[in-house]
Design a protein around this ligand. Sequence first.
Ligand code: XMP
Length: 514
Amino acid sequence: MVQQKIIILDFGSQTTQLIGRRLRELHTFCEIVPYDKFPFEEEGVIGVILSGSPYSVYAPDAFKVDLSNIRGHYPVLGICYGAQFMAQLYGGCVEATGSREYGRAQLHFPDKNNVLLRGFRDGSQVWMSHGDTITALPHGFSVIASTDTVKYAAYQADDGTLWGVQFHPEAFHSEQGMLLLKNFAVDICGSRQDWSPASFIDSSVETLKRQLDNDRVILGLSGGVDSSVAAVLLNRAIGKSLTCIFVNHGLLRKGEFESVMRDYECLGLNVIGVDASTRFFSALRYVDDPEKKRKIIGSCFIDVFEEEARKIDGVKWLAQGTIYPDCIESMNITGKVIKSHHNVGGLPEKMQLRLCEPLRWLFKDEVRRVGIQLGMPEHLINRHPFPGPGLAVRILGEVTPEKVRILQDADDIFINALRKWKCKDGHFLYDMIWQAGAILLPVRSVGVMGDERTYEQTVALRAVTSTDAMSADWAQLPYQFLAQVSNEIINNVKGVNRVCYDISSKPPATIEWE
Ligand code: XMP
């Protein structure tokens, strides 16, 4: 059965991804594409959403889309800018309000039975965020909801082809926003709501079998969730035609290479573990510039990976655990790159392999759910993100094996304590946190242990809460917990006599120190 999908045309709004998330929560598959890249050739499209935008529809450089081959072929919902754009395109009027309409508002309806708003309460709260407003609807359009200040809060074209809402149904503060999106996806577009981790696995396995046939595929494992789930999914599709390569650069957490290798073997993966730590340490000797460290690690990784891959005959594909937010960010149409990605950039071009990215349509939590559905152990699925260059970006200054040893020991105490500490609500502290780790600072300070003066190093602890790593708050860990971890580190990690806790949020700080 062809996969149904709703296409979201992205006009550059910050909430475009959120619209996608909400549809997925409704078990409806969707793809976000730049506003001018409608995939006319794709099968299964059942509806279209036009997102918001940072621009005004009347700005000279505003993004515009030709709807002539879309209207009447698929139902269209415009949100905020999307609604204003359609109103203007078909002969209505959009003007600056003079003041931003921002925040909560209550909806009122002339027609309670309109299909888009079916089930809405009168006075239902919605979230507004716009500086322009529609002041006249096109001929043949009708208003279906208003607020006290916005007359055309929602409208529809009388021929049943278009709907527009000036508020944001995807925003948390729009109380019945999910209902509106459901009315659109299910009642208007006819979504079967059959998108789920299980259906994703079935359809991906089938597609991968067809796409890869009997070709040999290699995949670089990092120990992280994305590459691991991609490997297990591919393993289900093509079994031993997949060879995974797990490079140990010596900068992983304490004991991690061995324990993750064991996990991979239990999962039945065909995996080659390469211990290249000596090589990485030599390349990093005397280097203290953070960007240089990253570059050296990246290029060393590519060399090791390539050497291993060359030992395998007839490889045609390179598989990667790229996930959806990576793709959306890299195609950000307003040109403002929020975060650069530091995976194995350059590898596919250099090796002249075809690229296979089975998770490129999934959000992080969906990747986790697919992993669970594939029977992967929870500790592998729920692990915190960890940077590709590993502990090198948590050792300020030159990286040496001795510093890595100190940091691994301190980090291990911290992470194990997070795993063991139960919060009042029964959750473990580890699971309440996005990411945590220890950082080794390039300073020594005086201390006293027993009757002896010490002059040793400082470790900073970092723990943050976040939903996507683009912004993060420092985690308010219990004092008692911090006291216990500090004691344990100072008493057990030789070379450390002081522990600090990092209380900076992102922005302005970043999660990693380098
Ligand atoms: P920052 O420090 O930019 O980190 O706030 C945001 C997220 O990205 C991870 N990170 C990296 N991941 N290679 C990676 O694969 C890197 O060079 C790198 N630098 C930061 C970081 O751990 C956090 O999850």
